[in-house]
Design a protein around this ligand. Sequence first.
Ligand code: SF4
Ligand code: SF4
Ligand code: SF4
Length: 261
Amino acid sequence: MKPRIAIFSLTGCEGCSLAILELEDQLLDLLGAVEIVNFREGMTEKDWNIDIGFVDGAVSTSEDEKEVRHFRDKCRILVAIGSCAALGGINTLKHYQGAAGEAEPPVAGNGDVAEYRRYVYGERAEWFPTTKARPISDVVKVDYALPGCPMVKEEFLSFVTSLLAGRTFTLPDFAVCVECKKRGNLCLYEKGIICLGPVTRAGCNAICPTFGSKCEGCRGIVSKEAVAAAGVNLREQYNVSLKDVLDDFRLFGAWQEADLP
Ligand code: SF4
Ligand code: SF4
Ligand code: SF4
C-alpha cells in the first residue's frame, strides 16, 4: 500500500503547501509513490488515516493549537514544513510589536497580546483571536522539520524519497556561505553589507545572495560551534562582530533568539 500523506496549514501564507503543487512534473512521480488523502489547497475529500502529515504555518491562535494536536493524533509521522512551522518564522515578529505609534516595543520579545491585536486590527481587535506565535514543536512532538520561507522544494522531494526508501534524512549542518562560495558569488561583506549566510543553515543553494540580496536567515541558525567559527572569520576578515550579525536575525529567528550566543 502507498503511504498516505496529508498537508495541513496553520497561521502563515500557505506558500509552503503551494510549493508542493508547484513541483509539476515531479509531483506526478510523487503521486505515483504516495497517496495524498488530505490537502485543503489541492482537494476537497478528507481522510484522517494518515502516515505522514506535513504542516505549514505557526501556532498563533488557540484554534491552531487544537488543530496541531489533532494532526499529531492522526499522523504517524509529523513534519514541520517552512520557517513558520519549523521556527515560528515571521509570525514571531509580533512579540516585538509595541503600542501603535511607539518606536520601541514595551518589553522586547514579550509584546503585549492586547497591544498587538489593537495595532493590527484597531477597533475590531476582539474579532480576531491571537496568541503568542510558536513553532509547532512547542506544542506537539515533531519528527522532522524542513525550514525555509518557503521550504526548498528539492529538499522536500529528497526528504520524501529518503523516507520512502527507509534512509535517514538530515538537514545540512553547515552555513549558506559554503553554497554561496561554490556558486562563485562575490561576498556581500565585500560591499559592506551584513549578510546572515555565515550563521544560517544551508540547503537553499544560497539563492538570495546569488540574486544580489543578503541572506535573511530563513532556514534558521547553524550549530553553536559553526556560529562561533563564523564569528572568528567575520572579525578577522571583515572586522564585523558576531553581535552585529546576530542582531539582524529577528525576521525569521525571533523564537531562536534565546539560543543565540
Ligand atoms: S514559511 Fe514562508 S512561505 Fe511558508 S507558510 Fe510561512 S510565510 Fe509562507
Ligand atoms: S556572507 Fe552572504 S554573500 Fe558572503 S559568502 Fe556568505 S552567503 Fe555569500
Ligand atoms: S539565502 Fe538565506 S534567506 Fe535566502 S533562502 Fe537561503 S537561508 Fe533563506
